[in-house]
Design a protein around this ligand. Structure first.
Ligand code: SF4
Ligand code: SF4
Length: 117
């Protein structure tokens, strides 16, 4: 039996009134446009703000990353972003915000940065 609790995503989308979707779509495309022109985003560490680079113990960003050791590594107790492996999800940025008023991580467009270092 197909109850509201276990409805599939495809069925749910079919139930959205078409007119409602038409009203949302222009705003959706507008908000997506700047992101597309910036290219893919990747994380970047500002070592002047990072606790680990300041000789304190911290690895929250590393622990929060779903692509740990592919997108971010701890080298000698300091975080390094591996540009080629980072998908820009921002979970490391959110983790850093929990301990820093001004986070030591942000996301920047990958275009123009050398990848794979
Ligand atoms: S969470 Fe922030 S302060 Fe901590 S190691 Fe990562 S970048 Fe540095
Ligand atoms: S942006 Fe996402 S994938 Fe990239 S280092 Fe941060 S948590 Fe990992």
């Amino acid at each position: 039996m197909n109850t509201e609790a276990n409805i599939s995503r495809a069925d749910f989308l079919k139930k959205i009134p078409f007119m409602l979707f038409r009203k949302i779509k222009p705003h959706w495309e507008e908000s997506a446009a700047p992101q597309q022109s910036m290219g893919a985003l990747i994380a970047r560490v500002d070592i002047s703000r990072c606790l680990a680079w300041g000789q304190m113990e911290c690895q929250l960003c590393y622990l929060a990353c779903p692509l740990r050791d592919k997108a971010i590594e701890m080298r000698e107790h300091k975080p390094f972003i591996i540009a080629a492996g980072c998908d820009g999800c921002g979970m490391c940025v959110d983790a850093c915000k929990t301990i820093n008023n001004t986070p030591a991580l942000d996301r920047v467009p990958s275009s123009g940065l050398e990848r794979g270092k």
